[in-house]
Design a protein around this ligand. Structure first.
Ligand code: AMP
Length: 398
């Protein structure tokens, strides 16, 4: 069965068509500037040439119509009729406490997703628009919602509660939710396969290190803690996000800089992290790695602070699980940078880790980068959130 995976933002829409049986990508693409002048669709059949078409898209329904036309195009299309798309899997950012797993979309499910809009005001409404557009154009096709937060719903109370008045949890559901769930789920399952062990027999720490970054602790097949919180601002130092800070800094800076809470929060989201620490040099880790090698002071302090924060979380999660069998690196930085993996692992002598330098220099493959005598395994696992969504969707509709 072919599954169409949709990841819908407020003015963009990414899509992939995946054969659920072989797990092979059939085609993928992106609609940009939906509802804005200069909108365009990029479409690429697997193994074929990428085509970029500038064309008006007044709304998401227009965008989905163009996606379906591209997939069914006589010359470059990959399917002949709509019914060759067996189901649609929608990425939904926030499922709150309503969703601990993926679910087939019904009117009730849409209402329950709407109830979570407050928790992700930029993302959930856009995700819902994508669902509405697909339902309009493909009314007979089953649809599944796959949530970024669902994988982390197994966290115990002591991990998800904040030390604030309990009534805020009761009234507003203020608690840790965690994000990147499809990635943490995919990578932890792949890790068990790579290790040749049962998923439920392992203690794993997954480090999703990309522009957004988060760590999760997965014990016996269940997420028991994760670094992102009510929103994706908490946790690691990220490309432009601060990660953990003393909350009193917000008021302190408002007073010193004569700025509003909204302005400071915008800075914490968009101008902080690696970008902020490097004095505005770059949010791209490649640029900073180059500068680090040249010994630039701003790059040294930034990369050191980044790696230290990851190592600190690994220590905390090792304690939370009373041990760890394998640490998994994934996403743009985690998959590609042997430098940062080595820098993080340098803190982990207490886990008896010895890296295999040659394996650590490889890219784009699932690989164990430790020597055979290493007491704890360290794995690199390229993430595949779309495949994870396609698997979840297929499991519910086949
Ligand atoms: P993602 O959000 O997963 O797409 O990851 C994006 C981040 O990965 C960017 O900050 C990139 O700089 C970083 N990245 C991608 N490739 C490399 C690489 N070869 N070396 C270091 N960082 C990389």
């Amino acid at each position: 069965m072919n599954i169409l995976v949709i990841n819908c933002g407020s003015s963009s829409l990414k899509f992939q068509l995946i054969d659920a049986g072989t797990e092979k990508l059939i085609a993928k693409g992106l609609c940009e500037r939906i509802g804005i002048d200069g909108s365009q669709i990029t479409y690429a059949p697997a193994g074929g040439e990428k085509q970029v078409t500038i064309t008006p898209m007044k709304d998401h329904t227009d965008a989905i119509r163009l996606v379906l036309n591209s997939l069914m195009d006589e010359k470059t299309g990959v399917v002949k009729k709509l019914d060759e798309i067996g189901a649609v899997g929608h990425r939904i950012v926030h499922g709150g406490e309503n969703f601990a797993s993926s679910t087939v979309i019904t009117d009730e499910v849409i209402k329950a997703i709407e109830e979570c809009n407050d928790l992700a005001p930029l993302h959930n409404p856009a995700n819902l628009i994508g669902i509405a557009a697909c339902r309009e154009l493909m009314p007979e096709t089953p649809m599944v919602a796959v949530f970024d937060t669902a994988f982390h719903q197994t966290m115990p109370e002591e991990a998800y509660l904040y030390g604030i008045p309990y009534e805020y949890y009761e009234k507003y559901k203020v608690r840790r939710y965690g994000f990147h769930g499809t990635s943490h789920s995919y990578v932890s399952h792949q890790a068990a396969k790579l290790l040749g062990k049962g998923y439920e027999d392992l203690k794993l720490i997954v480090c999703h290190l990309g522009n957004g970054a988060s760590v999760s602790a997965v014990k016996k097949g269940k997420c028991v803690d994760t670094s992102m919180g009510l929103t994706p601002l908490e946790g690691l130092i990220m490309g432009t996000r601060s990660g953990d800070i003393d909350p009193a800094i917000v008021e302190f800076l408002c007073n010193k800089e004569q700025k509003s809470v909204g302005e400071i929060l915008s800075e914490l989201n968009k101008k902080s992290g690696v970008l902020g620490l490097s004095g505005g040099f770059s949010s791209d880790f490649r640029d900073l790695e180059d500068e680090f090698q040249k010994g630039s002071e701003f790059a040294v302090r930034t990369m050191n602070a980044f790696a230290y924060r990851v190592a600190k979380y690994i220590g905390a999660y090792t304690a939370a699980m009373n041990g760890v069998d394998a640490i998994c690196f994934t996403a743009g930085l985690g998959e590609n940078s042997g430098f940062i993996r080595e820098k993080i692992c340098a803190y982990l002598g207490y886990l008896g880790i010895t890296l295999d330098a040659e394996a650590n220099s490889k890219r784009g493959v699932e690989i164990d980068i430790t020597t055979p005598d290493s007491r704890t395994r360290v794995l690199v696992i390229p993430t595949n959130e779309e495949l994870s969504i396609a698997r979840e969707t297929y499991a519910l509709v086949k």
